[in-house]
Design a protein around this ligand. Sequence first.
Ligand code: IPT
Length: 950
Amino acid sequence: MTSLPYHEDPLPDARMLPPRAAVTSDAPRLSLNGQWRFDLAATVAEAPAGFSDPGFDDGGWAELPVPAHWQLHGYGRPAYTNVRYPFPIDPPHVPTENPTGSYRRTIAVPAGWAGGRVVLRFEGVDSCFAVWVNGHEVGTAQGSRLPAEFDVTEVVRPGEDNLVAVRVHQWSAGSYLEDQDMWWMSGIFRDVALLSRPDGGVDDVYVHAGYYGGAGRFRVDVDGAPQARVLLPELGVDVAPGEEVRLEAVQPWSAEVPRLYDVQVVTDTERVDLRVGFRTVRIADGLLTVNGNRVLLRGVNRHEFHPDRGRAVTEQDMLDDVLLMKRHNINAVRTSHYPPHPRFLDLCDEYGLYVVDECDFETHGFEHVGWRRNPTDDPTWAEALADRMRRMVERDKNHASVIMWSLGNESGTGRNLALMYGYAKDRDPGRPVHYERAPDGRWSDVYSRMYAPHDEVELIGRREEPARGVDPVQDAARRESPFVLCEYGHAMGNGPGGLTEYQQLFEAHPRCQGGFIWEWIDHGIRTRDAQGREFYGYGGDFGEELHDGNFVADGLLFPDRTPSPGLHEFAKVIEPVRISGAADGPLRITNLYEARDLAHLRFTWTAEEEGAEVAAGELDVPSVAPGGSVELDLPAKADGGAETWLTVRAVLAADEPWAKAGHEIAWGQVRLAERPPAEAIRADGPIALDPVRGVLTGLAGLAVDGPRLDAWRAPTDNDRIRPDAAAVGWQAIGLDRLRHRVQDVRHEDGSIVVRTRTAPAALDVGLLTTMRWTPLAGAGLQLDVSVQPEGEWTGSLPRLGLLWSLPADLDTVTWYGGGPGEAYPDTRAAARVGRFTSSIDALQTPYVMPQENGRRTDVRWAEITGGSGTGLRVAAEDGPATFGLTVRRWTSADLAAARHPVDLVPGDRVWLTVDLAHRGVGTASCGPDVLPQHELYAEPASLRLVLTPA
Ligand code: IPT
């Protein structure tokens, strides 16, 4: 192996300095961020010779910013694969075609740095680099999302301009360890700095700050400065390195109340500033606890991403993520699948998020070759993997927010995991270690799974799951461990469905301690089509010959960080306060925080009759301890004249660092009165019905056309991704190309009855729809619809809907029902009953890949208005009946054909679908499909509607 070039050598370069904590120090530091001279060559061999020499002429070179990915600045193109390596599996070799960037810049080093040590620090370079200072090679490194430091004292020239030259290779041995599901993008994408290291300075610090039943235990180990003092002024602490003190009356750190103390480590020549949280993580009695409290992880998997910058995220991008998480009740992050920019962890400490800090390690693509030669189990790679773990643990060891280390993701199993696990446990016994792939739970202190379906989670909750792995002793230990879903709820496109049911399991079974939604943000790259229209590109949009399409767009945020309906749903499902009740009382408020009472919240209420507020006030809620609940009298009653709902909202009483006073944390609704029966007054009147097609053609001057039965939806990602996906069956049957045969049109007791058989070509199944039209006083019509399946239907249906077209000048929808956002049968937790108004355009959800979207649930009535003429009011008038509503300017076929939102062009009609029934969306793009209670099959259905001009 010694003959391998450094970029194909898995062995870490011995010239890298020992890893140490990322800290804030007052020692002089020069940032090397900014413009560098840059050249990109197609191969290592073609990279300009002699470029590292100070005399080299780079006058013809362009400039590239650092930090950045070169693919996002016009050099090469981004490429997306999920599991597959985009190069032959030939470890540790990589293709000769290996894009190689040469970077050069000069930096004036102050004369005052003379005499001391000087260190060059890189926070992240993808995927491998060599670096020269003033023409002298100082080292090489791999490990894209890990820091690397080199001692450059001997070659740097204080008081002069110094040349720093870096050669970066897109592919390296390290690429085999970095097969994460994300864009392949290269370059110096995190900060670079020159550090002056004073004599007698602090080489490294290791904070130990535990919290044990009201008291803190505090000790800071210091490398390199035995004479240093450790100060915690707020608590009057002034101790030597390594000296432990017990501190009474310390306030603990948790994600809920992230109390931090300022600590300084001072020597004559350097001062290091730390923000320390006192907290103890333990697995006790089979439960994961922080400060003795069982935690419920309401988490997300976070890749670093920005639609223009890729993984070269700014401080503001990181803060945006943290604030959005906190504002949506999220309390945990798995840093999938690599350590984040170090600043992100500072923000997690400060704002309060539990972090599973994951090593930069994934070898998923070896799955395609039966895991042959997987580095995880190959001694050749042992040192490379141990080095990665060491660099993560040492960098991040002082963060209160980091409650677990994770060895990596999807790397199969093998002996090198033992080294990684062992390093973390030896160096840091205070944190549990996570790894998901070892079947019997080896090398993991928690039992972790991804995408386990609900029924299996339930068994796990009861500790009754089937045995796993080969070692019964190990497996018994696994069964005693707490359970986390390191990934669940695949947030690709419309969905994920079924989150409510997962949360019920987490709340019912102490062992089930929550998990992490896959994933936080869509990695769509902002790009333009040939006509200059902007859209978010995914796999295949950059000419890749091997790619995994829009599987890279599976986040709770759209690429521009706009929350998707999935995030609103998740925030509601995981709310830390539950508000429930019934019309005859009481109102129950349950505190689901782990450490906080409810004193920071105000509880406001409104009573609404058919969506219009009739009373409002504020509740006096007594103190409720974590885990406790309180019952109160309902603050309002209804007189029964209209459907009436009480809505209680828990909002922040005062500003928090992450949200303003008034920010909503939780809400609940109680129906105080049902809808009274409607009185439809029959009248003699014309019915504009096309006897040939059996559809209505007008209503009081409005050019309606319809309805026709529709049993189709533009497949969601969850409907279509898997080879056995639901939409494959729907398309095989032909639900997307149904035909209609008007069976008969009869006049009966002043009504017109139309029977239509709707069916796909080539099959003998059908849906017989009976529509009874009855004229009402005031130019209205009553429509009684019933649907009866005929023949042997197998499999599910996406919807049973009534499809109409309306004039295109209509532009506004007002409805009374679930809102304000999109909702499907298994994603309706966030929909509250109320009266809402939206433009038609704003009803659409711009999924990166167009698909069924924008449906509103539990609608009692809707008015579609605008333009110059009459609009349409559709009301479900039969007692508790409601319908699902979609209104759009294109058809389901347009949606299904579109590849990006820009492909959707408003047509000359508005399309209205009134759903009698709709299938849930599930999370089958990765994980379980729709739960049985949210399935839809061909079964009889009926609905009474009243149509009136609006
Ligand atoms: C799982 C991966 O861990 C994650 O990185 C992502 O690829 C996700 O799937 C899908 O988006 S692995 C999968 C085979 C369960």
